[in-house]
Design a protein around this ligand. Structure first.
Ligand code: F0G
Length: 484
């Protein structure tokens, strides 16, 4: 992979002194509660040292996820009032269908209540036991549905995606050699589809290039293997293509999004990301037979094929959100806010994934807390420290999220041991970003005090990161009175 001529390297650490002003103003506010250090220590203990189990009221800045946490626009709230709650043939469904067709270009649209519901339907239709599914890095729910249906997932992302320091424009690209070798080894008939994510969440929100998608399309076409896009953050990916890929700077984000989708046979969508909806999703395909199967299954798991687990008002909010998502000023502000936080953290010398991705800043917990052994979960430990320090909730994206190998039962040991500071869309201000950057820098300055991490006291079998509980391995200062 080469760095293209037109790729602008990220600004030097500290160079970004502010991010562009938002193309909206605030119409409604939601009060936040400040907590004392003692309250946070007690709350974290009760939550089993899993910030995901904290009551949200005890969180000051919630960077757990960008999923369903965006601020909806006044137009979206107005659309909510227009929701048609007819059980069958809701007008709101047709509005959503038209928006997906127009902006994503897929003919058949099947609503589902969120991304993983679309993944469930797709996996049940396409996967048979013994199948092999290649993808540009795993995502937790996506791989779980693939495995529950009997497939084995194969990571075919470029090697650099696993290296936090590799500062390259398209770290979400597929390594075509890896894909070709897998096809040769297992045979094309064993591969129900290639799973392409844009952007790649677990790699740090890193984009895939259009050129790489076209190469994947060409290779899979020869072997008659479908390509399914995870479109949750495809608009953010399209923005990166516009900025970084040679010859794309003059195209609109909407045009690039259409081109990306045109290189795939279908998509699963979590509308809780790019589309600013609090709930919602869809599955879309070109093949009418596949669509027929999906409609049959969606009735079983979600609801009728014209509502798919969503109220009419949710369908409206998603449709309106799709239209807003491709506006250039909005997507620019979004990406630059994340970059601003990244720059401030980098300026403090904190190890993190480079370049900064679309939806989050990912801290390199292994480098941040080198004295905490891998089996004591440095990333999980760092999420606890961030909460204790300033009431910030982040996400573990390392060994706890990776789970265990279903065959051997062994802990997976991903090279990336990350903490994700995920930025909800249109929610937090530059001052909030400064609070976060200051806290990260403060903890980094105290990193010598962290000598041990946490261990499991309760470990669920699937998607364990959501419900697991831990205890501190030793009463290091992190968990004691020294925490501010
Ligand atoms: N695909 C990607 C790339 C995702 O990031 C997510 C969700 C999903 C699929 C599943 O969508 O939540 O609507 O069922 N990611 C959230 C996150 C949970 O925090 O990264 P969903």
């Amino acid at each position: 992979m080469s760095v293209s001529d037109s790729f602008e390297p990220p600004a030097e650490p500290g160079a970004r002194l502010r991010h562009p002003a938002e193309p909206w103003r605030v119409k409604s506010v939601e009060p936040l509660r400040l907590t004392s250090p003692q309250e946070r220590r007690d709350a974290l203990e009760q939550a089993g040292y899993n910030v995901g189990l904290l009551p949200a009221d005890l969180v000051y800045i919630d960077l757990y996820t960008d999923s369903g946490t965006s601020a909806m626009s006044d137009r979206q709230w107005a659309a909510v009032m227009l929701g048609d709650e007819s059980y069958a043939g809701s007008r709101s469904f047709y509005r959503l269908e038209a928006a997906v067709r127009r902006y994503y270009g897929y003919e058949h649209v099947i609503p589902a209540h969120q991304g993983r519901a679309a993944e469930n339907i797709l996996s049940r239709i396409l996967i048979r036991p013994g199948h092999q599914v290649p993808g540009n890095m795993y995502f937790t729910t996506t791989r779980t549905h693939q495995e529950l249906n009997g497939a084995v997932f194969h990571d075919i992302v470029v090697d650099e995606a696993h290296d936090p320091a590799a500062d390259l424009p398209f770290k979400g690209n597929v390594d075509l050699g890896k894909l070709e070798r897998l096809i040769d080894k297992v045979g094309a008939e064993q591969i129900p589809y290639v799973s392409l994510a844009a952007t790649v969440n677990m790699a740090g929100g890193q984009p895939i290039s259009l050129a790489n998608m076209a190469d994947v399309r060409e290779l899979t076409r020869r072997h008659r293997i479908p390509v399914i896009l995870d479109a949750a953050r495809a608009v953010e990916n399209a923005w990166f293509i516009k900025q970084r890929e040679p010859g794309r700077g003059e195209e609109t984000v909407a045009e690039i999004l259409r081109e990306m989708c045109a290189l795939t046979d279908g998509a699963t969508m979590s509308a809780k990301k790019d589309s600013f909806a609090n709930i919602g999703g869809w599955l879309a395909v070109r093949d009418p037979q596949l669509a027929e199967k999906a409609r049959n299954l969606v009735v079983v798991y979600e609801g009728l094929h014209t509502y798919g687990g969503m109220a009419g008002r949710d369908l409206e909010a998603v449709a309106q959100g799709i239209e807003e998502s491709v506006r250039e000023d909005g997507i620019r502000t979004r990406i630059e806010q994340v970059a601003y936080l990244g720059d401030r953290i980098a300026a403090a010398g904190v190890p993190m994934v480079r370049p900064v991705g679309g939806h989050a800043v990912f801290l390199d917990a292994r480098a941040f807390l080198p004295a905490v052994p891998p089996e004591e979960f440095p990333a999980q430990t760092l999420t606890c420290a961030l909460y204790l320090d300033a009431g910030i909730r982040s996400t573990e994206r390392g060994a706890v999220s990776a789970g265990r190998d279903p065959d051997t039962g062994e802990n997976r040991c991903p090279r990336l041991e990350l903490v994700r500071l995920t930025i909800p869309r249109r929610v937090y201000t530059q001052s909030h970003m400064d609070v976060v950057a200051d806290s990260v820098a403060r903890l980094h300055a105290r990193r010598g005090e962290f000598a041990s991490g946490v261990s499991f006291t309760h470990e669920p079998a699937t998607l364990r990161f959501f419900q697991s509980r831990f205890r501190p391995v030793a009463s290091a200062p992190l968990f004691g009175p020294a925490a501010r």
